[in-house]
Write a protein that binds this ligand. Structure first.
Ligand SMILES: [Zn+2]
Length: 316
């Protein structure tokens, strides 16, 4: 890193934005994958950038004046101030590192919008929800590089826990990235994260997220087991294979999940992974691919030695 870069006015970010716009145009600024890939290249970032590295990057290369943890303001995880030429980035003090890293990357994207406005006064960044989702997508793409992540995903047999341990990001962020990366490659993939929540009724878990690739297409609805994979926040009864995984605290591999369509042609292979916290099952991570593609799971299955269920109908 270049220690002599001026520690003010977002100098490094400014040069990056200028070069990016010249090469890709202003439209591409709103394509998080493109922006993040160029960002990594420009600043010479390889592998998984962790908290310490991100702080050094912000101070020495991006030209952020100050960065550090603070008590949260309202429900926010991160925020920044700009006074004169100085930018100060703060993040919630009591988050875990993986989350702090995500927050910093998210804020960097929002700061870039302000830097863009400095360079091109006519530039108007997206706002509100749109800005939030662009910043989230930028953070995911920046911290979990597309090519590297995909190579890892294949190498570990689509193993969400292995990927969580390598990338230090939440399970929700990991399965979301898995689905996003498969999207253009048209691989079919489903994933959800269920959590044991003390506020949930006895015998139920809460669905925290659900992702699928390719994205939902109404015309082929009958082929998509959308009634098996719930909406975010939905209560799901803890029964069948989910129950087995949580009671036995062991991964369960359902080789053929049948009965998802009227014709029963469309089987899935499903892996349920319990996550233990303090000896208790805290979450169940579920990943699925079409049965015909179940070899994609092979490396994961070999390394986790799950309980194998040959056939299951409708319920996971
Ligand atoms: Zn934000």
């Amino acid at each position: 890193m270049n220690q002599t870069t001026a520690r003010s006015s977002g100098t490094g970010l400014r040069s990056f934005c200028e070069r990016f716009i010249v090469r890709f145009g202003k439209e591409a600024f709103h394509e998080p994958e493109v922006l993040a890939t160029e960002f990594r290249q420009y600043f010479g970032i390889n592998g998984v950038p962790r908290l310490f590295y991100l702080k050094q990057l912000a101070l020495n290369d991006l030209g952020i004046y100050e960065i550090g943890p603070q008590r949260a303001i309202g429900g926010k995880r991160g925020w920044f101030f700009k006074y004169g030429n100085n930018i100060e980035l703060q993040y919630k003090v009591d988050d875990w590192d993986g989350s702090k890293e995500f927050t910093i990357a998210h804020e960097i994207r929002e700061i870039m919008g302000v830097v863009m406005k400095d360079i091109y006064p006519e530039f108007v960044d997206v706002e509100g929800e749109e800005l939030e989702s662009e910043a989230e997508a930028f953070a995911a793409a920046f911290l979990m590089d597309k090519d590297e992540f995909y190579a890892d995903m294949v190498a570990c047999g689509f193993d969400p826990i292995w990927l969580h341990e390598k990338y230090h990001k939440s399970y929700i962020a990991i399965v979301s990235r898995m689905a996003t990366i498969l999207q253009p490659m048209k691989g079919c993939f489903w994933a959800s994260v269920y959590e044991f929540d003390e506020n949930a009724p006895q015998g139920f878990v809460v669905a925290r997220c659900f992702h699928r690739s390719p994205k939902y297409i109404p015309r082929v609805r009958y082929r998509v087991p959308n009634f098996l994979f719930p909406k975010r926040g939905q209560l799901v009864p803890l029964k069948s294979n989910l129950e087995i995984a949580s009671v036995q605290r062991r991964p369960v591999y359902v080789q053929q999940l049948k009965g998802l369509d009227f014709w029963e042609k469309y089987c899935l292979s499903v892996i349920i992974r319990p996550v233990l916290w303090g000896g208790k099952v805290a979450k169940l991570i579920v990943v699925a691919v079409p049965y015909r593609d179940s070899d994609k799971f092979q490396k994961q299955v070999l390394s986790i030695r799950p309980l194998v269920v040959q056939e299951s109908f409708q319920v996971i």
